[in-house]
Design a protein around this ligand. Structure first.
Ligand code: S3P
Length: 175
C-alpha cells in the first residue's frame, strides 16, 4: 500500500530541516513538517545537551524511540529525524509503516563546515576535542545503517534546493 509520509534521515547538518520544510511547501497545505528533536525537547522539557548531560545518551535514545513510534502513525507528514535515529532498528521499522525513508548525504568536510558555521558544535555527539575526527568516526560507524534504512538517497552537495526537492517528490510520487 502507498505510504503518505516521508522521513528524512542522515547525519547532522545534511540539510534535513531545510529540505523538509521546502518539501512540505511543495507538497501542499495538507502536509505537515515535524522534527523528532523538537518533539523530544518538548517531551523532556529541556534541551538536547541538557538531556545528554543530566540523563545520558540512553535516556535521549529512549525519548527518541517513543517519539518515533508516535509520529510514525501520522499520515501526510514530512519528518526530519535526528541523526542517530538509525541506531535503533525499531525506529526504522516504525517509520516504514507510513513513511518512505529518504537519506540525505553530504561530504564530511561540508558537514563539519556547516556544523561549525552554525555555532552548533555544542551538539553533544560531536562536542569533542577534535570534532572533525569525531564526525568521521561516527559517520563511518553509521554509514551502513543509513544505507540499509534508506529507500532513496540524495547527495545534497552542490545541488540547489529546488533540484533536491524535485528528485525527492519524483521518487515519492512514483513509489
Ligand atoms: C544526533 C543528532 C541530532 C540530535 C542529537 C543526536 C546524533 O540531530 O538528535 O544531538 O546522534 O547524530 P540532528 O541530526 O538534527 O542534528
Amino acid at each position: 500500500m502507498k505510504r503518505s509520509s516521508i522521513a528524512l534521515i542522515g547525519f547532522m547538518a545534511t540539510g534535513k530541516t531545510t529540505v523538509g520544510k521546502a518539501l512540505v511547501k511543495n507538497l501542499g497545505d495538507e502536509y505537515q513538517f515535524i522534527e523528532t528533536d523538537e518533539l523530544v525537547i518538548r517531551q523532556a522539557g529541556k534541551s538536547i545537551p541538557e538531556i545528554f548531560a543530566e540523563n545520558g545518551e540512553d535516556a535521549f535514545r529512549q525519548f527518541e524511540a517513543e517519539i518515533c513510534e508516535k509520529v510514525s502513525l501520522l499520515e501526510k507528514v514530512v519528518i526530519s529525524c535526528g541523526g542517530g535515529i538509525v541506531l535503533n532498528p525499531d525506529n526504522i521499522r516504525n517509520l516504514r509503516r507510513n513513511c518512505y525513508i529518504v537519506l540525505l548525504k553530504a561530504p564530511i568536510q561540508e558537514i563539519y563546515n556547516r556544523v561549525v558555521k552554525n555555532g552548533k558544535e555544542s551538539r553533544p555527539i560531536i562536542n569533542k576535542k577534535d570534532p572533525l575526527r569525531e564526525i568521521k568516526e561516527v559517520l563511518e560507524y553509521r554509514e551502513p545503517l543509513y544505507e540499509s534504512a534508506a529507500e532513496f538517497t540524495i547527495n545534497t552537495s552542490n545541488k540547489s534546493i529546488n533540484s533536491i526537492i524535485k528528485a525527492i517528490i519524483q521518487f515519492y510520487k512514483t513509489s
